[in-house]
Design a protein around this ligand. Structure first.
Ligand code: FAD
Length: 308
């Protein structure tokens, strides 16, 4: 029940200041975020890849409202890709981007600004031997994000997309995206969406997830199962077998710090397992979405306020 309240708070500057200022916040943030800087994030990447897991890195940030910050986001990704290449990590680590951090939401020319910024990141990723996946944000951004995906895939066919099963439109999007060479991460969806565009009942979101997974597994693309849900993982394995896919013809993805034992178990069982590793100082929106999606995460945060 608190989920929608927390999701609304994730976009409040006042709450951002309050949560960031609380001294107990940091240790809880550290459970979900691999540090404010690139160096500790790369340490996490090394530890994950040494244990047989792969990585997608997210330089945290979203909803930028000026061009200079969008350019700074692009530059942070260029430094990240340079480091992945130099450190020999590009074979096991790709990057995830939020287009709202690249200027997509700017009132004048946001779509084109985001495209130009992310195009340079895609070029750097291709040069380093890795790929970019476009995270999906709230429903108002989906058309623009998928149009940018189509543009990028002309020169960088490995560019990946994310689709959210809570949106009514997503089964159609899955059909359109399930084509050769297309990398598609299926998630349930993490934003507060109105009933006019999205399922509100968790059971309906889960059923839609299974239908979308069926479409992606039956299609010719590369499905990326982004979920911590044991049922979705089991159904993913079942559908993969049913459609003659071997491990590596699809992959599982989970978030940094969440269900770590299960991440290891799947990797040890021979599944391709990729971990989404967020880093950077702008962790507030990401952190609040993690609290919103699971009461246990919120309880962990609240318990840290209790002394002793
Ligand atoms: P839920 O529906 O939250 O939970 C179902 C069950 O999974 C729970 O009952 C429990 O059994 C298990 N479970 C879940 N979390 C835990 C936990 N912490 N510990 C133990 N068990 C747990 N959303 C977007 O909107 N856009 C994106 O671009 C995006 N990218 C993502 C990338 C990755 C790699 C992942 C994993 C998620 C991403 N998400 C994204 C978030 C996603 O939309 C969901 O909000 C989030 O994954 C929670 O849904 P779930 O399927 O993991 O399980």
């Amino acid at each position: 029940m608190l989920g929608p309240v927390l999701l609304a708070a994730s976009r409040s500057d006042r709450m951002r200041r309050l949560v960031a200022a609380a001294p107990v916040t940091r240790p809880v943030v550290d459970r979900f975020v691999a540090g404010d800087e690139l160096a500790p994030a790369l340490d996490s990447v090394r530890a994950l890849t040494d244990s047989g897991r792969e990585v997608t890195l997210d330089h945290l940030g979203e909803d930028v409202t000026d061009k200079a910050t969008a350019t700074a986001t692009r530059d942070a990704y260029l430094r990240l890709l340079d480091a992945l290449g130099t450190e020999g990590l590009a074979g096991k680590a790709e990057v995830s981007v939020k287009l709202s951090a690249f200027g997509q939401a700017l009132s004048s020319g946001g779509h084109d600004i985001a495209l130009e910024n992310v195009r340079q990141v895609a070029e750097a990723a291709t040069a380093a031997g890795t790929t970019v996946t476009l995270d999906m944000e709230d429903h108002t951004t989906v058309d623009s994000t998928l149009a940018i995906l189509d543009e990028l895939r002309q020169d960088h066919p490995g560019t990946g997309a994310v689709v959210q099963s809570y949106l009514f439109r997503t089964e159609d999007d899955c059909r359109r995206l399930a084509t050769p060479g297309s990398r598609v991460r299926l998630v349930k969806g993490a934003y507060k969406e109105p009933a006019s565009v999205a399922h509100q009942d968790k059971r309906e979101v889960d059923k839609a997830y299974v239908r979308c997974l069926g479409i992606l597994m039956a299609g010719a693309g590369y499905p990326m199962i982004g979920s911590h849900d044991p049922r979705m993982i089991a159904i993913g394995q079942h559908l993969a077998r049913e459609h003659g896919r071997q491990a590596g013809d699809y992959e599982f993805q989970m978030l940094f710090g969440i269900r770590v034992a299960e991440q290891r178990r799947l990797a040890e069982a021979g599944e391709r397992m990729r971990i989404y590793v967020p880093y950077g100082a702008d962790w507030y929106g990401y952190f609040m979405r993690r609290l919103a999606e699971r009461p246990a995460n919120l309880a962990f945060f609240l318990r840290s306020f209790v002394p002793g």
